[in-house]
Design a protein around this ligand. Sequence first.
Ligand code: ATP
Ligand code: MG
Length: 471
Amino acid sequence: MRRCLRVGQGRTKPGETSTMPVKVSHMRLSRYFLPVLKETPADAQIVSHRLMLRAGMIKQASAGIYSWLPLGYKVLRRIEQIVHEEQVRAGHIPMLMPTLQSADLWRESGRYDDYGEEMLRITDRHGRDMLYGPTNEELITDIFRSNVGSYKDLPLTLYHIQWKFRDEIRPRFGVMRGREFLMKDGYNFDLTKEDALHAYNRHLVSYLRTYERMGLQAIPMRADSGPIGGDNTHEFLVLAETGESEVFYDSAITDLRFGDRAIDYDDVAQCQGVLEEFTSRYARTDETHDEAVFANVPEERRRTARGIEVGQIFYFGTKYSEAMGALVDDGKGGKVPVHMGSHGIGVSRLLGAIIEASHDEKGIIWPEGVTPFHCGIVNLRQGDSGTDGACDALYAALTARGLEPLYDDREERAGAKFATMDLIGLPWRVTVGPRGIEKGVVELTSRRTGDSEEMSMESAVDRIAGIYSDF
Ligand code: ATP
Ligand code: MG
């Protein structure tokens, strides 16, 4: 696999999502399944949870376990797709491991007893101990030791995006702290510590790109590495009042953007440079916070805030490879345990984090990178042959450009249609009414700014296609 893809290569074009080859040709709201709620759900404590329920994106199945309704599922898939694209761009190899695992592997690593009550333990009909995986270090190490024996096969980074289960004591805030949740977890295998630290840096860079494509600023913060020690774990935090972590940082860090710069993921110095740029300012979670060091940050830049953890990277050396005998021949006649790291992204939690960061009193405001539909079409006079025909033509023109619109063709008042569009948060809306048609114009409205502009249908299509050509 080639590692040094340049920025812009290998991306999916608007409307193409390789995980969802089947495209529904007419996304008419009258035929879609969008069970929006009029009332604000009383038991949802934070805005993202309330909006996901109101917008008909999820339905709780039991505590901390959700069904993903069509709109929520669409966003989940878009987020997953971005994660895949950025992992593959970094040279990491996708695969899929099962949700149910045998307890035996976890006994080998010693974590079967250590993990405690968060692990959901299951016994099968033959009396064998199984568990619903909370993470996959053991399973991947077993795959590695069964198949790789030589330094010549390294470096290697494998990842998957799979459901996890952690029997959280207090599931809350909807998909933010679920019991069942979707995670991307990746594992690097390297001959030396130095190589493994490059894999660590590569993950940091790929994560910066991943979150920015979702319209998010996620700040790498020094986190607690637990009993292993050392400065080799960072959490990525999205600043939000409702975040569960307390964070301390130098406000200068919020000016940093990775942007569209080219990166060669095989270039050790380049990846190291990005890590230094993004981690040299003070930014820590409460677990590693140190008042004495924080005091060196100029007072006007010292910030204490809250954040949502949307990912974590970790170098843990030979902890699992030693315990489980994942050894490779080092080319000098010896056998050595491989150096490993694991790297996670909270795929389902990201929906909540994005909404916390991007909403207003009317509803969600999706960033273009993750929106479930590229734009909405609102027909102001359903049943009128002029507006119906114009909406159909607009729909066809947008689809021909690879865009996926959602057409509100319901027999509803304009106000109700606008309220639904605002709630579900499509970044662009095209309004088609009889008066505009007489003048040969439609109205293009930005959900974020609320600004509207009249223009010909062709110009509206061009404008929207132009906006999405960058995503
Ligand atoms: P937390 O501290 O929030 O419990 P964690 O540090 O235990 O999370 P990791 O093992 O680092 O979680 O998992 C990788 C990512 O998976 C986290 O950064 C987070 O975004 C996501 N995640 C972890 N637990 C949950 C959960 N219960 N619900 C949703 N997402 C989760
Ligand atoms: Mg974590």
